[in-house]
Structures are given as structure tokens and as C-alpha cells.
Design a protein around this ligand. Structure first.
Ligand code: AR6
Length: 186
């Protein structure tokens, strides 16, 4: 089942599944500042994509020393059906008074900017920070949808706009939250 809305020139869709199986131009990874892999979706992406992705992350790390929270870097997608992986680093939830909301918003904005620079027509996001980093799921969904919608609305007419953005929910709770939130926009 799909829930979709159109914002400006882009269709936003909620799906339930494993982001490593999605043949989007860009899939986004919820990485950490080391860029050296971890658990959750990061572990799944590196496992399924193979060592090429980690090699590319290591090269970026050698150049710029990892990736700060809220920023993003782009690599090959290795053996995945996607073309690129954008690795962004979400904030760890620490109660909400450490700029977590703005940093999460930055993750979506910097990932979109990088994906659009690479000409992506389709971009798939996981629910950044809502696993190991324990960001409250409803608040994270609100920020994700708002940040993406705002970004698309602000895109200049002459800029390439992605045709499709997927919010890939791995767990039932996130799926329900996203469907309700997106449904409210219909
Ligand atoms: N496809 C899509 N979503 C997934 C998948 C998958 N295969 N697996 C998990 N999720 P998390 P974080 C969902 O913990 O909270 C890593 O160790 C999951 O249900 O992956 O940003 C990194 O290296 C949750 O909703 O990322 C960092 O150290 C969402 O992905 C740290 O975890 C994010 O959960 C980042 O923590």
C-alpha cells in the first residue's frame, strides 16, 4: 500500500520495507560521524552493498575526517540496486535542548542538496535518528516531512527537481506515523 502527496514537482510516498532493496538513484544512510559503519540501517547498507561503500567512506574520511552531525557525503552504492548512497549523520536524542530538531532538519536538507547536485530523480530516506539514536518518532516524522516539503517548495524553477521521494519505514510504528502525517496533507 502506498500513501503519496505531490509537492511542487515531486511525489512524496511512504512505503514499508528495507531500503537496501530500493532501486532509487539515491538511498540515504543514517550513518555516524566516523563513516565507518555501524548497526541499524547503516549496517544493513554496508552488508548488502559490499566493501566498495566502506572503501569510499574511508577515502572521504581520509580527506575530511568523517562527517559532522547534520551534514552529508555521497558514495557509490556498491552492489545495491541504487546508484549512490548519501550518508548523513543524525543527532543523538538527548532530551531536545541540544539543537536536535534543527540538526535533524539539516540532515534532510543536506542529503537533498547532494542528491539533487548528482541529478537524482528518485531519493529514498530512512527514518533518520529514530533507531539507535532514539529521536522520538512522531517528532522526527514531522521534521522529516516538513524539511523535505520546504526544501522542494524553495527550489528555484530552473533547478532540477527529483520526481519521487520515498520515506522508507522499517517498523510498523514509523509506518503508521508517516501515513497519518502524510494523509493529513491530502
Ligand atoms: N531499511 C530501512 N530502514 C531501516 C533498516 C533498513 N534495512 N534497518 C533499520 N531501519 P538506525 P539512527 C530503520 O538505528 O537512529 C548506526 O549504528 C530503523 O527502524 O539505523 O540514526 C549508525 O552507525 C529506524 O527507524 O539509525 C549510527 O551509529 C531508522 O532506520 C546509529 O546507528 C534509523 O535507525 C544511527 O542511529
Amino acid at each position: 500500500m502506498e500513501t503519496s502527496i505531490t509537492i511542487n514537482r515531486t511525489v512524496l510516498t511512504v512505503v514499508r520495507g528495507d531500503i537496501t532493496t530500493i532501486a532509487a538513484d539515491v538511498i540515504v544512510n543514517a550513518a555516524n560521524t566516523s563513516l565507518l559503519g555501524g548497526g541499524g540501517v547503516d549496517g544493513a547498507i554496508h552488508r548488502a552493498g559490499g566493501p566498495e561503500i566502506l572503501d569510499a567512506c574511508r577515502r572521504i574520511r581520509a580527506k575530511q575526517g568523517g562527517c559532522p552531525v547534520g551534514e552529508a557525503v555521497i558514495t557509490t552504492a556498491g552492489k545495491l540496486p541504487a546508484s549512490y548512497v548519501v550518508h548523513t549523520v543524525g543527532p543523538v536524542w538527548n532530551g531536545g535542548d541540544q539543537d536536535e530538531e534543527e540538526l535533524l532538519r539539516d540532515c534532510y536538507r543536506s542529503s537533498l542538496a547532494l542528491a539533487i547536485q548528482h541529478g537524482a530523480n528518485s531519493i529514498a530516506f530512512p527514518n533518520i535518528s529514530t533507531g539507535i539514536y532514539q529521536f522520538p518518532k512522531a517528532l522526527a516524522a514531522e521534521i522529516a516531512l516538513e524539511a523535505v516539503a520546504e526544501y522542494l517548495c524553495e527550489l528555484p524553477d530552473e533547478t532540477h527537481a527529483p520526481k519521487r521521494i520515498l520515506f522508507v519505514c522499517h517498523d510498523a510504528e514509523n509506518e503508521q506515523i508517516y501515513r497519518e502525517r502524510l494523509g493529513d496533507c491530502l
